[in-house]
Design a protein around this ligand. Structure first.
Ligand code: C2E
Ligand code: MG
Ligand code: MG
Length: 605
């Protein structure tokens, strides 16, 4: 926009006639260019327009100057002038030419008025040159009204254009939102897979197709085994990244026609249509293996993920609803998890009752009852010295006594007890009972050590320390006869709090073992932070040790690292003589497992 240039400014002090306030407000800021070679006329027009509230005037005494003002405008896309007045006193050719140039540069919307005071051309000729209107010279106030009208019309046109534009962009935006909403109704936002709702619809169709075509289909329920642990430990953004990577892997390993959906935080389902049972199981195992071989890398850790898969068949002879099929696949997945995770389980009718047994409500009631009525008991498994074969430690393993007196293993009730925050009560019960039983042993066994498993939650419970102190004082059992076993999860959950609890228990003389070492994701780094005395190598590295060179290399390295840090090593799950011999050759300190002694009701010495 050129600087406001008036050959002669509007003279202040002159009073304006009463022009409508609203009109003035609307015209305020409109800019008018006036081209007139006669300075006296220019002054007069300027004064007269000023009376009507049109005060932003640019006066040019020759065509070149007028064109200059237009050209000097920056390319903002908006017009520099809202109206242009051109005197017809210019020579005809020059007037027509200037008019054409002004029209070209100003754009179609800007009214150009010829002040027809002395021109020879007809109105039509001026209009052909680009003028909007021709105004007789002497009708001054009429000129002001004509200009006001044209300016208002132009204003109206501009506003209407702006409204159109705004409507258009609102429409585009609304269409975008609608499209996005439509997408979200059917998709999971994070992974881009179908969501539960859409999968439900597709499953309904698959059920109809199965009946109609007399073909078998299948629904696979895929549950990530360690997702919650990673999500809690590494944070939700890492969890999200992991889900996206897993989605990519799964997509690569499925047929493009099969339908994959994410129906829960770490639960996916895969719908396979017109397949045989063999193909379904093959597909499930392909996915399971793909994830088993995958390592999720973050800047600090590598995670190993596995997949438990439940399969429900959709067969033409059976009439099932979509919900029933999903429930079956879910129940089968529970069974896959209960059987040790990282496996595929095909639904059978027995799974429904198994599913009930897995339910939190069932176990919560059982655990509360057991705690209230002393329906828990301890088994003891020997931990044998690999150097001299002597048993100096026993691990206390809790069991829940069932209605028929059967012993229920921790796998059934400890995960529930953790979820419903009853685990610390179990651990406190175990701590108390184990120390009491230790105190009752014959004096010749006074050197025996009891290993007590502690959950992550009890390490954060203020009751553990006073209870241990009290029961030690009552029984006279010394601290060095107690080794607490903790797992890496305790470290992940709260390193500082766990360290604090450990150092307080240590003041009582107790020792510590890091249990299930290597099973977690970053075992070595926790070793540095935990002042443990023993390292218990996870049983999964030991069961196949004789046949697996990778396990052999890992176990050797764990023993070396532990020794370098001044810690003793224990191998769990030693099930045969060959494994024992191999472990001894690696320099293991202690061994534990069915080959050396199963968990029993009493100490075996
Ligand atoms: P863990 O502390 O690693 O205990 C070892 C588990 O391996 C025990 O299972 C034991 O019976 C089993 N085991 C021992 N030798 C062998 C073998 O040679 N082969 C095989 N396949 N297994 C063997 P259990 O008693 O079912 O306990 C499972 C887990 O439950 C324990 O793993 C521990 O994490 C937890 N747990 C047991 N008692 C308690 C407790 O009092 N409190 C807490 N918080 N957790 C407990
Ligand atoms: Mg243990
Ligand atoms: Mg263990």
């Amino acid at each position: 926009m050129p600087a406001e240039t008036t050959d002669k400014p509007n003279t202040p002090g002159r009073t304006a006639p009463a022009t409508g306030i609203m009109l003035r407000a609307q015209l305020h800021g409109t800019r008018v260019l006036i081209l007139h070679p006669d300075q006296v006329r220019l002054d007069h027009i300027q004064w007269m327009l000023g009376q009507h509230g049109i005060t932003h005037l640019t006066l040019a005494s020759c065509p070149d100057k007028a064109l200059q003002y237009l050209q000097a405008a920056p390319d903002t896309g908006s017009e520099v002038f809202d109206a242009i007045l051109v005197s017809a006193s210019l020579p005809d050719d020059e007037c027509h030419h200037t008019c054409r140039e002004l029209r070209r540069q100003a754009g179609v919307d800007v009214p150009i008025i010829i002040l027809g005071d002395s021109g020879n051309s007809t109105e039509q000729q001026y209009c052909e040159a680009g003028a909007t209107d021709v105004w007789p010279a002497m009708e001054d106030s009429g000129l002001a009204h004509c200009l006001t009208l044209l300016l208002l019309l132009k204003l109206e046109r501009t506003q209407s254009k702006q409204r159109d534009q705004q409507l258009r962009s609102e429409l585009i935006e609304r269409k975008g939102i609608e499209a996005r909403l439509q997408y979200l109704v059917a998709h999971d936002e994070l992974t881009g897979l179908y969501n539960r709702r859409r999968m439900g619809q597709l499953l309904e169709l698959a059920l109809i197709n199965a009946q109609h075509n007399q073909r078998t289909s299948a629904l696979l329920y895929l549950d990530l085994d360690q997702f919650r642990l990673i999500n809690d430990a590494a944070g939700h953004s890492v969890g999200d990244k992991l889900l996206i990577e897993i989605t990519h892997i799964m997509r690569r390993h499925i047929n493009p026609e099969s339908v994959l959906a994410r129906i829960g935080s770490d639960a996916f389902v895969l719908l396979l249509e017109n397949v045989t049972i063999e193909q379904v199981i093959e597909q499930a195992n392909t996915l399971r293996r793909a994830l088993d071989g995958f390592r999720f890398e973050t800047s600090i850790k590598n995670y190993h993920i596995s997949l438990s898969i439940g399969v429900a068949l959709i067969e033409p002879h059976e009439t099932l609803s979509a919900d029933e099929v999903l429930a079956r696949a879910d129940q089968a997945c529970y069974v896959a998890k209960a059987h040790g995770r990282n496996r595929v389980h095909l639904f059978s009718s027995d799974d429904s009752s198994m599913h009930l047994l897995q339910s939190d409500a069932y176990w919560a009631q059982k655990i509360r009852h057991a705690l209230a009525h002393d329906m828990l008991c301890l088994l003891f498994q020997p931990i044998v010295s690999a150097h001299d074969g002597i048993v100096r430690h026993y691990e206390a393993l809790v069991r829940l006594i069932g209605d028929q007196g059967e012993l229920i293993t921790p796998a059934h009730f400890i995960p529930v007890a953790e979820r419903i925050s009853l685990i610390h009560e179990i651990d406190m019960w175990v701590t108390q009972r184990a120390i009491q039983l230790l105190a009752k042993q014959a004096p010749r066994q006074s050197g025996l050590v009891i290993n007590i498993n502690l959950s992550t939650q009890v390490l954060q419970h203020s009751g553990l320390l006073p209870l241990t102190r009290e029961i030690m004082a009552k029984t006279g059992v010394e601290g060095q006869r107690i080794t607490f076993e903790i797992t890496e999860t305790a470290a992940i959950a709260s390193l500082a709090q766990t360290q604090n609890m450990l150092s307080q228990l240590r003041t009582l003389g107790c020792n510590f073992a890091l249990d299930d070492f290597g099973a977690g994701f970053n075992s070595y780094s926790y070793l540095k932070h935990f002042p443990v005395d023993y390292l218990k190598i996870d049983g999964t590295f030991i069961t196949n040790l004789v046949y697996d060179p990778v396990d052999q290399a890992l176990v050797k390295s764990m023993i070396e690292v532990a020794h370098a840090l001044g810690k003793k090593t224990v191998a769990e799950f030693v099930e045969n003589a060959e494994t024992l011999a191999l472990l001894k050759s690696y320099g293991i300190d202690y061994v534990q497992g069915y080959y050396l002694g199963k968990p029993e009701h009493t100490f075996l010495t």
